[in-house]
Design a protein around this ligand. Structure first.
Ligand code: ASP
Length: 288
């Protein structure tokens, strides 16, 4: 089976021209990392995790390094990960001081006792599993600090996510974010919530979502989009219908990426822009 991969860099206001080239190259690098895993016969799960690590490490995306700040000026990240073949999931919410929270979500998944850890308990779990610690200010970029100081809470994109299909037919999905600028400490958004921000079922499809977390949770958007593909229904149409459902139900702004077990893709958003990188009909496409 031919593998497939989509990575996204968040939906929201248009990326300022000065940042466009760097964001485009970040998405390209993340795609290449995931794609190399898939073409070498690696799993969809490894591909989405490593693509997400690449974007968490990139300072211009709102995940890991470069995350938005809370109202208290701290970084708290939300992440979720799902393997569509085993239905294993791992998620963490409102976690501080962790360099790559996607690795923490994966450790939660592998450990298997629980599926969702938050706050201090998740941080303790990270220490116990030897995951790289980051001092608070190591994750804060000058750019995000200035946006926070200016109380610039409106919608620059930057949440990251990926969906992949591997050569064995497995689907997986991942999403990682610093959330929304100026959020209350302790707020957890859709990116940590399986069924809202992330969902995968290898018999139907995989989805990663970005946008207004409170609205996306209410619409259980990722699961809704995947269910709309049940029975082999058209992927792009399912993505559009899911988004229309969100708009009708909550007036929320969002974007989502979808893949089905045949590698058919859907990338839709109702925000001004959404960054994404994928292959379509054998050609690589990156847009911001
Ligand atoms: N969905 C994320 C959240 O609400 C933010 C985003 O995707 O831009 O935390």
């Amino acid at each position: 089976m031919t593998p497939a991969l989509i990575v996204h860099g968040g939906a929201g206001a248009a990326t300022p021209p000065a940042l466009q080239a760097e964001r485009r190259s970040g998405l390209t690098a993340a795609f290449e990392v995931g794609w190399n895993i898939l073409v070498q016969g690696g799993t969809a799960l490894d591909a989405v995790v490593q693509a997400t690590v690449t974007l968490e490490d990139h300072p211009l995306f709102n995940a890991g390094l470069g995350s938005c700040l809370t109202e208290d000026g701290t970084v708290e990240v939300d992440v979720s990960l799902m393997d569509g073949t085993t239905f294993q999931t791992g998620a963490v919410g409102a976690v501080r001081n962790i360099k790559n929270a996607i690795q923490l979500a994966r450790a939660v998944m592998t450990d298997g006792r629980h599926v969702f850890l938050v706050g201090e308990g998740a941080e303790r779990f990270a220490r116990e599993h030897g995951l790289p610690h980051a001092a608070e200010d190591e994750l804060i970029t000058e750019r995000q600090y200035q946006r926070w100081q200016a109380q610039q809470t409106t919608g620059e994109p930057g949440t990251v996510g990926a969906v992949a299909l591997d050569s064995a037919g497995g689907l997986a999905a991942a999403t990682s974010t610093g959330g929304v600028m100026g959020k209350r400490s302790g707020r957890v958004g859709d990116s940590a919530v399986i069924g809202a921000g992330t969902y995968a079922d290898s018999t139907i499809g995989a989805c990663s979502v970005t946008g207004d977390g409170e609205h996306i949770i209410r619409a259980t958007l990722a699961r809704t989009a995947v269910e709309l593909m049940r029975g082999g229904k058209d992927t792009a149409q399912a993505a559009r219908t899911a988004l229309a459902h969100l708009t009708r139900q909550t007036q929320g702004e969002a974007g989502l990426i979808l893949l089905d077990p045949f590698g058919r893709s859907g990338v839709v958003y109702n925000a001004e822009s959404m960054g994404a990188a994928f292959r379509s009909e054998g050609r690589f496409v990156v847009r911001i």
